[in-house]
Design a protein around this ligand. Structure first.
Ligand code: GN1
Ligand code: MG
Length: 393
């Protein structure tokens, strides 16, 4: 009998965890009520879940007023991941205001709450923010052509350049140690001991693969590189490209914008853009590295950053995708072993599958490593001369 009670509790507990991490749906009433707390006038018409974010919830809302029907983006900040939502929104507001001043028409802007805050806190302690929806753009899960890679890289590079003179105190650390790969490795070791539901059995050869590449933890020496304001989550789908011209319109998802290292931004864009499949692919034979997109990314990024980067940052560009891909592989696997506490999932083995995709991609990147070094050297050499000339003129 006692055994049966335990089984019952374990079952209930698992179901609860699954509910928390699965995609939440909100009723029309709830969304209509939330919208009323922001400084916009009009009648709530509809709401639709949007985006493939693994952490926050994004909803597109339609509001009708005298001028017609307008769309807005409403987002719930996941405060289990971001445990200082006020500090995060303070960053968000400073960053969007600064970008608006520099690139007016193209960047995100926040709609204030009725009480004049940049967010609204609901009765459950959830934090929500609202922004005008940007029309005429597309964000890609997988790049369709080299131009997408070029424009996305140019937009993220430009984003770093624009924020290089942000006035005031340093931005808050919304997630301390966010891209500390060595710490991710230690968390992985801990997760192996947690071994939720005996899941380590399913990890198989991935564990050895990870251990053999431990040196990647120190391949980016952040303590020796400049600290700059960076995005930290430069997935290809975090940049909006113009539907017609493919030009970068706006960088989005600014939750992790904080002091950090440019190499993590460059690396993460390569990780997502040079992967022939998306992060949730189950068929590993579809996961390959696309070197042609790497050239476009390097070119777009260096075109935007011009003379901003130091030589040691340029020297780290080619290894950075390997580091960030390794790091994310470990993060997904740790979350699987911890019982899916962090990333949203749609089915129980999803984090394991995601880890397999990243580590397969890493293996493919290793084969292209020399090629990546050559591309960076070539693209930088082209620009270095021009930059030197501009300075001597
Ligand atoms: C998370 O929620 P989303 O998709 O913007 C994660 C990133 C990962 C990404 C992998 C705060 O970003 O670090 O690279 O999933 N964000 C956070 O898809 O952990
Ligand atoms: Mg994000």
């Amino acid at each position: 009998m006692e055994k049966l009670i335990w089984i019952y509790f374990l079952f209930e507990f698992n179901i609860e965890i699954f509910k928390i991490r699965a995609l939440a749906n909100y009723s029309n009433d709830k969304i209509a009520q939330l919208v009323q707390n922001f400084s916009i006038t009009g009648k709530f018409l509809s709401q639709k879940r949007k985006g493939n974010g693994n952490v926050n919830d994004t909803i597109v809302v339609e509001i009708e007023n005298k001028e017609g029907v307008k769309k807005f983006t409403l987002q719930r900040i996941n405060h289990n991941v971001f445990n200082d939502p006020r500090g995060l929104m303070d960053n968000y507001s400073r960053v969007t205001t600064h970008l608006q001043a520099k690139r007016k028409s193209t960047s995100l802007s926040l709609i204030s709450s009725l009480s004049g805050d940049t967010f609204f806190e609901d009765e459950n302690g959830d934090f929500w923010r609202m922004m005008p929806f940007i029309e005429g753009v597309h964000c890609y899960e997988v790049a369709q052509k080299p131009l997408h890679a070029y424009e996305a890289a140019k937009a993220f590079g430009d984003f770093q350049v624009c924020l290089s003179d942000l006035p005031g105190k340093p931005l808050n650390l919304t997630i301390p140690d966010f891209h500390n790969t060595a710490k991710c490795f230690l968390e992985y070791e801990k997760a192996k001991h947690v071994n939720f539901d005996n899941r380590f059995e399913g990890v198989g050869d991935l564990d050895n693969f990870i251990l053999e590449r431990k040196s990647l933890c120190n391949a980016i020496q952040t303590n020796k590189l400049p600290v700059r304001i960076v995005h930290n989550d430069t997935k290809l789908n975090n940049v909006l490209l113009d539907e017609k011209t493919s030009k970068g319109v706006s960088v989005i998802d600014l939750d992790t914008v904080m002091p950090g290292c440019v190499l993590h931004d460059f690396g993460d864009l390569v990780r997502t853009t040079c992967n022939s499949s998306d992060e949730n692919e189950k068929d590993l034979s579809k996961v390959t590295f696309l070197p042609e997109f790497f050239e476009s990314i390097t070119s777009g990024y260096l075109d935007a950053t011009q003379d901003m980067l130091r030589q040691d940052e340029i020297d780290g560009l080619a290894i950075s995708p390997l580091v960030i891909t390794y790091e994310l592989g470990i993060r997904f696997l740790s979350d699987f072993l911890n019982g899916d506490q962090y990333f949203k999932i749609k089915h129980p083995s999803q984090n394991l599958e995601r880890a397999r995709v990243q580590l397969k991609l890493l293996e493919a990147m290793e084969k292209s490593r020399m090629l990546m070094e050559k591309v960076v050297a070539k693209e930088w050499a082209k620009r270095k001369q021009k930059i030197a000339k501009a300075f001597s003129a």
